[in-house]
Design a protein around this ligand. Structure first.
Ligand code: PGA
Length: 265
């Protein structure tokens, strides 16, 4: 399978950046990537809810797509503490991240909940970024591929092939994420990406399933980013810590664009 034409690259800032921090981050990232054609890459940032409204014009100006870290599956109602798709639409969000490992493991979210969120996000015209990944014990038991297939097929149940163009997948092994994470080797990541691609094709057929971007995430850094992107089945990178400094992130983006020969920049 040949590489998708664009690089998909972005960051989720988790619960680390205030509004002021996010304004500074996006402004600097925009400045540092101004010369890079957006025809070659889909650059996205997923900040905290409170920052979205304020940073939307900055993101627009720099052609950086904004995402939300979570979303309720209902439009309105008695759901204290939740954020509705209508509220996200109002602030100009393009992507909704669904099922990040921290949502699943710290907040008990299930595949059924991810599925309701996916269907809702697609109904409202967002790009749904579904995060999946096996835990360390599942990897040790050799059940990673089964886990990934379950998370995909349950999370994406009821999504029609015609909606697949608005779905992105992030493969983020739980054992690779965060300060105590160990990044996956490019070979291990590539094997899992192939399993994911096969499951997407089973769900939606060769054309629709073959066009869904599958990103790798989990301790991506300046050292391993270019190795990972050498693998043709890895369509992009979803980066945490190493992207939160805009200069560092811009350096990674440039290196990855070069290595993947996406554009001649
Ligand atoms: P990390 O986070 O790059 O800091 O490991 C990745 C993620 O949680 O998406």
């Amino acid at each position: 399978m040949s590489r998708l034409p664009k690089l998909y690259i972005g960051t989720n800032t988790k619960m680390y950046k205030t509004i002021a921090d996010t304004v500074a981050f996006l402004t600097e990232l925009g400045r540092n990537t101004r010369d890079l054609s957006r025809d070659c890459m889909e650059l996205f940032v997923i900040p905290s809810f409170t920052a979205l409204d304020r940073v939307a014009p900055i993101a627009r100006q720099h052609e950086i797509t904004l995402g939300a870290q979570n979303m309720c599956w209902e439009d309105r109602g008695q759901f204290t503490g939740e954020i509705s798709p209508l509220m996200l639409r109002e602030v100009g969000v393009g992507i909704v991240e669904i099922g990040h490992s921290e949502r699943r493991h710290c907040f008990g979210e299930t595949d059924d909940m991810q599925n309701k969120k996916i269907l809702c996000a697609l109904r409202h015209g967002f790009t749904a970024l579904l995060c999946i990944g096996e835990t360390g014990p599942q990897k040790e038991r050799g059940t990673a591929d089964e886990v990934l297939r379950m998370q995909l097929k349950n999370g994406l149940a009821g999504v029609a092939p015609s909606q697949a163009k608005n779905v992105w997948i992030a493969y983020e092994p739980v054992w690779a994420i965060g300060v105590s994470g160990v990044p996956a080797t490019k070979e291990y990541a590539a094997q899992r990406h192939q399993v994911i691609r096969k499951a997407l094709i089973e769900l939606w057929g060769e054309e629709a399933g073959g066009g869904v971007p599958v990103l790798y995430g989990g301790s991506v850094n300046g050292q391993n980013a270019t190795e990972l992107i050498q693998m043709p089945c890895i369509d992009g990178l979803f980066i945490g810590r190493s992207a939160w400094d805009p200069d560092n992130f811009a350096q990674i983006i440039r290196a990855v664009l070069r290595e993947g020969a996406y554009c001649h920049s």
